[in-house]
Design a binder for this molecule. Structure first.
Ligand code: AMP
Length: 364
């Protein structure tokens, strides 16, 4: 089979690597020559709204998927008229717009932080009044890794946030004093079969994922089951095929949906070594119409991102548990350039090793 992938970053690279043993050959559509994924599979060089490039990608492909969610919906729909495109373009549409996304969760009975649409200064004042402070003001589109948002703790913050972000379509959310952030990775096959990975605990620094622990420690069964049930609702409603990620705030016993990504996700990188089937392999299986593999965790894993610069490989590999992934990207502040996953046999063993690993991979 031949699979076309819109986007040529590290997620595309890891998809192509997972596809290889299944004899699924990938081609990425990506503007930048020699991008991370294009180092390990074929590339069509072009923009995501260039219909000649889209045609080039589609003409030899059996199915098309994407590895980032800001693919133009029109491009996904144009492709979907010609060949199977998974996940469905509607999933892109919902996840590209924070207000539509929150309304979508609410329509399925999935709890979210309180939110209000902000289209004018009057809306903004009314929303602050209704939701109260602290709150978070966010752009509705093209926000990622904490960009395009401001936390409002005081009236002065509110003025500053409006001066910075006002004039664009916005959403105001109540600030959740969460205990921790969690995510769930779920996958749905073409025949409707659904599988979910265990909930993951995530720590962000400056809005960028720093560390994930899987399965999330000290969880209890109930939260995990609830997150899986919520994810299944989303997958079923969208008639979804492929991997989907939902990010959550845990506030005591409450689980509040923050956002979803219609793709493989950074908080699922641990599955390459820490699960029987990785998120990348299961995404490829799903979109190619193959049966899903087991999502069971193998031991307990922790993953650290490398941001900006790659570490000294010899130093990382000196840790016997370290599995190093470098993305073939040049150094740049704020850029995800690699990650490392380390696995322990039990939750206790992971807890015991965590201080040493946290120190070794502290973000600089
Ligand atoms: P986002 O781009 O929506 O994922 O937000 C980036 C980060 O900002 C999240 O991972 C949280 O740490 C924080 N954040 C976003 N929204 C809220 C909220 N409503 N309450 C508290 N923290 C938030």
């Amino acid at each position: 089979m031949r699979l076309g992938i819109l986007g040529g970053g590290q997620l595309g690279r890891m998809l192509a690597l997972a596809a290889y043993p299944l004899n699924v050959r990938c081609t990425v559509l990506e503007p930048t020559a020699g991008a991370s994924a294009a180092q390990v599979c074929a590339q069509v060089a072009g923009e995501f709204d260039d219909f000649r490039a889209l045609y080039e990608l589609a003409k030899d492909a059996d199915a098309v998927t994407f590895e980032f969610e800001n693919v133009p919906v029109e491009s996904a729909r144009w492709l979907a008229e010609r060949l199977p495109v998974y996940p469905p373009p509607r999933a892109l549409e919902v996840s590209q717009e924070r207000l539509a996304e929150k309304q979508f969760f609410a329509s399925l009975g999935i709890p979210t932080p309180p939110f209000a649409a902000v289209d004018s200064e009057a809306d903004f004042r009314a929303a602050v009044e209704r939701i109260g402070l602290p709150a978070v003001l966010k752009t509705r589109r093209f926000g990622y890794d904490g960009k395009g948002q401001a936390v409002l703790r005081s009236e002065a913050d509110a003025e500053a946030a409006w001066a910075k972000l006002g004039g664009r379509p916005l959403i105001l959310e109540g600030f959740v004093p969460f205990d921790r952030e969690l995510s769930i990775i779920a996958v749905r096959a073409r025949d409707g079969q659904i599988a979910t990975y265990p909930l993951v605990e995530n720590v962000h620094i400056d809005g960028i994922l720093h560390r994930s622990i899987a399965p999330a420690p000290d969880l209890g069964e109930e939260l995990g089951e609830r997150a899986a049930e919520f994810a299944a609702r989303v997958l079923t409603e969208l008639d979804y095929v492929g991997v989907l990620t939902i990010e959550w705030f845990q506030d005591g016993p409450r689980l509040l949906a923050n956002e979803m990504a219609p793709r493989v996700h950074n908080s699922g990188h641990w599955t390459i070594e820490g699960a029987l089937t990785s998120q990348f392999e299961n995404h490829v299986r799903a979109v190619c119409g193959l049966p899903l593999g087991s999502t069971a965790a193998v031991g307990h894993s922790v993953m650290y991102n490398f941001i900006g610069d790659v570490p000294d490989a010899a130093r990382v590999l000196a840790l016997p548990e370290a599995k190093l992934h470098l993305y073939g990207k040049s150094s740049r502040p704020g850029r995800k350039v690699g990650h490392v996953t380390l696995r322990a046999g039990s939750a206790e063993e992971l807890r015991a090793k965590l201080p040493e690993w946290d120190a070794a991979f502290a973000r600089v």
